[in-house]
Design a protein around this ligand. Structure first.
Ligand code: XMP
Length: 504
């Protein structure tokens, strides 16, 4: 029993699937033109037709199998899906003319889809074509100021169409609309994250049975969860963890402990010296990033050759990464903002990306089910180039040591005060500035250390965290006390934009 989502190429298709999962219903995404048998096999209780870039007038526009209309289950068409329904049942769609993009407000709404809603309903529109004539027996159930046909339904309450996107955050009441649809369709709502784990295990076992899988772990939640998944699936895997020396205090040991305990076949490569030499005297942050990316790929290639051959490369790519790089070939789909700099296609592996339809919080759920310790699972984001971009100017062992200890004191204090989970990300930056201070009777020049903590939803925008003054006071005292190389501590009050989260 499932909700079948037919994908006509919208970048939001898997967001629809995610919303359905949030409503605890099991959903399956199939290609828009999936065969009747493939659809029937899922025993759908409801079908959703996604949006898509095509116009219903395009000669190559994909069409759903006719079986969708003989299953006897409710169908919801979104955007392109609504236009398809309108045409299929004898209405009329016109090209262009009434295009709408961005926010709009429903001026009227009624019927089953909108049950329980009241007051202002904001929706997100993104369409060029518009339904201008309804199929016989259908009626309009919502309109906006610019579009008199924003939602429609047939006379029997089986077919529904919405011109807007209920699945996106810019349609704040979209979840109620989707829930209404699932309810009127009588969809079972017993889906749990265990199902997602089962599906991921099944995919890995099916594709990688009898093959060897290589994986790069960074210590972040995605790659760590993936390593645990491969171990749980009992596929022949090798996880390579490159210690580039730019990690936080105790991080390597923590990752090694957690993964080894879960049965991950882990190979740690100590490449600290190599990265330090390559970074010597380099100040420009972009140059640092390039060097780190290049060295990483070199080390990884050497390991792959030594430990190989491997058929698959497993990557913890998430759905937002897939959307970001949508439209590309397989190679372009490799996470461009990847923690490890993006592994090149020339490595010649087939990709195994079992999280490509999941969101970060869903991967955290899987991590929980797979026994990933909370220290890793709930850890703040950390950039692939690590502490190298938090040391402004050239990186050397002494500065790394100073920053590692300062970062540990700051993060440790946040945890001790129960503030760690309240901020999206916290970090310390070692500036090249030295400032005068007095300790005892002595004048002393110490580094200026900047502390930064931000609140954010996705890292795209951020605000500085209003940490309690007493807490900041305690940290600002403790750091120079314990780390004499640091003379002054400042707190960063810049939001993003105009600033970024990292200083670089
Ligand atoms: P900025 O500094 O651009 O950072 O505001 C936004 C978020 O991205 C993280 N970040 C990275 N993450 N690889 C990553 O996986 C990277 O190269 C990288 N650079 C920045 C940053 O820590 C923040 O969470």
């Amino acid at each position: 029993m499932s909700v079948v989502i037919l994908d006509f190429g919208s970048q939001y298709t898997h967001l629809i699937a995610r919303r359905v999962r949030e409503l605890r219903a099991y959903s399956v995404v199939l290609p828009g033109d999936a065969a009747a048998r493939a659809i029937e096999q899922q025993r759908p209780q409801a079908v959703i037709l996604s949006g898509g870039p095509s116009s219903v007038f395009d000669p190559g526009a994909r069409q759903p199998s006719e079986v969708v209309f003989s299953l006897g289950v409710p169908v919801l068409g979104i955007c392109y899906g609504m236009q398809y329904l309108a045409r299929r049942f004898g209405g009329r769609v016109e090209r262009g003319g009434r295009a709408e993009y961005g926010k709009a407000w429903l001026t009227s709404y009624s019927g089953l889809l909108f049950a329980g809603l009241s007051g202002e309903v904001q929706v997100w529109m993104s369409h060029a074509d518009a339904v201008t004539e309804l199929p016989p027996g259908w009626r309009v159930v919502a309109a906006t100021a610019d579009n008199p046909v924003a939602a429609i339904q047939d006379g029997e309450g089986r077919y529904f169409g919405v011109q807007f996107h209920p699945e996106v955050a810019h349609t704040p009441k979209g979840m109620t609309i989707l829930q209404n649809f699932l309810e009127l369709a009588g969809v079972e709502r017993d889906w749990t994250p265990d199902h997602a784990l089962e599906a991921a295990l099944e995919e890995v076992r099916r594709r990688a049975a009898g093959e060897r899988v290589l994986l790069a772990v960074s210590g972040g939640v995605d790659s760590s969860t993936l390593a645990l998944l491969l171990a749980r699936a009992e596929v022949d895997h090798t996880a390579v963890f490159v210690d580039h020396g730019l990690l936080r205090l105790g991080e390597r040991e923590e990752v090694e402990r957690a993964l080894s305990a879960a049965g991950v076949n882990l190979v740690t490569v100590d490449a600290r010296e190599r990265f330090l030499v390559a970074l010597q005297g380099v100040s420009d942050p972009e140059a640092k990033r390039k060097i780190i990316g290049r060295e990483f790929i070199e080390v990884f290639k050497e390991q792959a050759a030594e430990l190989g051959p491997f058929r698959f490369l497993a990557q913890g790519t998430l759905y937002p990464d897939v959307i970001e790089s949508a439209g590309g070939s397989g190679a372009a789909n490799i996470k461009s903002h990847h923690n490890v700099g993006g592994l090149p296609a020339e490595l010649g592996f087939e990709l195994l990306e079992p999280f490509r339809f999941l969101f970060k919080d869903e991967v955290r759920e899987l991590g929980l089910l797979l026994g990933l310790p909370d220290t890793i699972r709930l850890r703040h984001p950390f950039p692939g180039p690590g502490l190298a971009i938090r040391i402004l100017g050239p990186v050397d062992e002494e500065k790394l040591d100073v920053l590692r200890r300062a970062d540990d004191l700051f993060i440790g204090a946040l945890k001790d005060h129960g503030l760690y989970d309240d901020v999206w990300q916290a970090l310390a930056v070692l500036t090249p500035v030295r400032s005068v201070g007095v300790t005892g009777d002595e004048r002393r020049y110490g580094y200026v250390l900047a502390l930064r903590a931000v609140t954010s939803v996705d890292g795209m925008t951020a605000d500085w965290a209003r940490l309690p003054h007493d807490f900041l006071d305690e940290v600002a005292r403790r750091i120079p006390q314990r780390i004499p190389e640091i003379g002054r501590v400042v707190y960063d009050l810049t939001s993003k934009p105009p600033g970024t989260i990292e200083w670089e």
